[in-house]
Ligand binder design. Structure first.
Ligand code: KG4
Ligand code: ZN
Length: 337
């Protein structure tokens, strides 16, 4: 069965076609970075309008690339939340309408389910059950995954998500949007010994996170130590070390607490090299195997939505003939298809 996947929850338009027998056939992505850069962050209304412009051309492109005609499509999946409501509504409206026009089932996908199933697109996919660390611009969660739709939240961020903390701290350091990759780049020439930032919530039990306080350490360091290039790099390094170390400590705890031996890491921040190195060491020490999506599927994309949709549509799930977006949508209310 061929399933079209559409992702428009934030600042990338992603469209892909996944085939249950042959795997991923085509995917295309349009990033809105250039559009939002001059504002220093995502402008929701501009995001929605750009999705409107891009979603159908990208769909035509992946259908042509994979030689898919409308008759070949067995279902349409689209991200229905969480995300920006106007942006979501573009993918939801287009996806549900296409499915109706083509006479095939439609399925509304949770964006974070897309992220946590993204490693399934790789050659050595993880088996269930596993622990997933989801680290994106909007979420930081540790999830116990027992199967598709069987998700238990082990811990999550009480304030800023890891990616959000990267973006805000990057802004303080005068780096452009999106800040995560820019901060990671700057941190490479930072001295790890100059500043030490705390590892929030690691000295008490539990698997929740709190990253918002790290901004204050960045501001204070900048104010007291002067504002030269090397200081900025040193702050970037201290910040990244603190986030990475905190995530790693909680991942180790989650593996120990669940007794599971597989760790999936996904979402935009999972592209971070320092995080990958550190988690690699932790996984080795815990005798666990670690799984990532390929780099381009760490951040938002249509392929993960097409995959999740295919699993759900094959199991018989289908949306009624109406559509709605769910900007706030907890992951653990999902059920197996
Ligand atoms: O998953 P994603 O593309 O979108 C959301 O669902 O939020 O994640 C985007 C987030 C942004 O906060 C971005 O700064 C962060 O991922 N990010 C990174 C890196 N690449 C992307 N953060 C740290 N290091 C990176 N290399
Ligand atoms: Zn995402």
């Amino acid at each position: 069965m061929r399933v079209v996947g559409i992702e428009t929850s934030c600042d990338e338009t992603g469209v892909a076609i996944y085939d249950s027998a042959r795997g991923l056939l085509a995917h295309a992505l349009h990033s809105q970075i250039a559009l939002h850069a001059e504002y220093g962050g995502v402008v929701p209304e501009l995001a929605s309008r750009d999705h409107v412009r891009k979603v159908l051309p990208l769909l035509r492109q992946v259908m042509a690339q994979s030689g898919t005609r409308p008759d070949d499509v067995g279902g349409v999946a689209y991200t229905a939340g969480p995300g920006l409501v106007g942006a979501l509504l573009v993918g939801v409206a287009v996806g549900r309408s296409l499915a109706w026009a083509w006479g095939v089932p439609a399925v509304a996908i949770h964006h974070m389910e897309g992220h946590l199933l993204a490693p399934m697109l790789e050659d050595n996919p993880p088996e269930f059950p596993f622990v997933a660390l989801l680290v994106s611009g909007g979420h930081t969660q540790l999830v116990r995954v027992d199967g598709v739709g069987r998700y238990a939240i082990l811990g999550e961020s009480l304030d800023d998500a890891a990616g959000e903390a990267f973006d805000k701290t990057a802004k303080l350091l005068g780096l452009g949007y999106p800040g995560g990759p820019a901060l990671a780049h700057l941190a490479q020439r930072g001295d790890s010994k100059r500043f030490h930032f705390p590892r929030p919530m690691t000295n008490r039990p539990g698997l929740d996170f709190s990253f918002s306080g790290l901004k204050t350490f960045a501001v204070n360091s900048l104010q007291t130590q002067g504002d030269d290039d090397q200081t900025r790099a040193d702050i970037a390094r201290a910040f990244q070390d603190a986030v990475v170390d905190t995530l790693a400590i909680k991942c180790r705890r989650a593996l120990q607490q669940t007794g599971l031996v597989r760790l999936v890491v996904s979402g935009g921040v999972s592209a971070n090299t320092a995080l990958r190195e550190h988690l690699g060491r932790i996984a080795d020490e815990e005798g666990a195997q670690i799984f990532y999506p390929r780099l381009e599927f760490c951040t938002d994309n249509g392929a993960m939505i097409a995959y999740a949709g295919c699993r759900r549509i094959q199991a018989g799930q289908t949306e009624p003939l109406a559509f709605s977006a769910t900007p706030r949508w907890p992951l653990d209310v999902l059920t197996p298809p």
